[in-house]
Write a protein that binds this ligand. Sequence first.
Ligand code: G1P
Length: 302
Amino acid sequence: MASRPTISKAVIPAAGLGTRFLPATKATPKEMLPVVDKPAIQYVVEEAVSAGLDDVLMITGRNKRPLEDHFDRNYELESALQKKGDASRLAKVQESSDLATMHYVRQGDPRGLGHAVLCAAPHVGHEPFAVLLGDDLIDPRDPLLQRMIEIQEQHGGSVIALMEVAPEQIHLYGCAAVEATAEGDVVRISGLVEKPDPADAPSNYAVIGRYVLAPQIFDVLRETEPGRGGEIQLTDALQQLATDEKLGGPVHGVVFRGRRYDTGDRGDYLRAIVRLACEREDLGPEFRTWLRGYVGQELSEG
Ligand code: G1P
């Protein structure tokens, strides 16, 4: 049997306007908002790299220059820190530019996630590739992408990430109809629907922002009409692949039960920062002590 091509490319859509975070995102991309002390996007690139994907393509748009600058050298800052002999801060500055081979393409018109992914076609070519959405952060101790790559290498086709959510939450996500397989954390996808009303949802399996896609997705996306919200939806293209295997192989789902931090809206973003700050070895112990006292006081004051 011919060996399947190894997956080495990650695509990160980052063209959104970030309107939920205005005015912070008027002149700063939402991907650059700090989660504790690192921009959200750096966690995502680090996750791709630790899954072995060191070729990263970001789909950007207007006003996204700070993303490119963040993953590039900053000689002025580096030489200032060098002169001061501040090795630990220098390492922090250099970390993001040494991470991966970065590429950028602009989306032009924001026509939806499916359209953003289609912009990656010339760079990706004919290999399977990963897509990581910046609003979802996955705890490095619960590796998801590695597992998805493993399943793609076993079965071919495409692999999506799923999480069980409360039925009243399913309208916020793509939703999958699933069939069990012999492996406990793997399901076969028989259908997908973008952000259904709870009454029409085929399950409570929500699509979360990690995908390993067969390159045939591009052919399907070229033919995909605008769907929910008038946008070209990745979920709709995956629905085509799932229901017509001849197009690009099967679609499997990995059911994720690990730690996921959502930074998509202000409430989730605040929760993500608190949770991640508590986990940090340097900041956590002191922050947790403060938080315990603060929460105790807040609750007692009702
Ligand atoms: C996108 C996808 C949706 C998925 C979600 C995961 O939606 O379209 O299927 O469930 O990401 O975060 P968005 O959150 O960008 O509206």
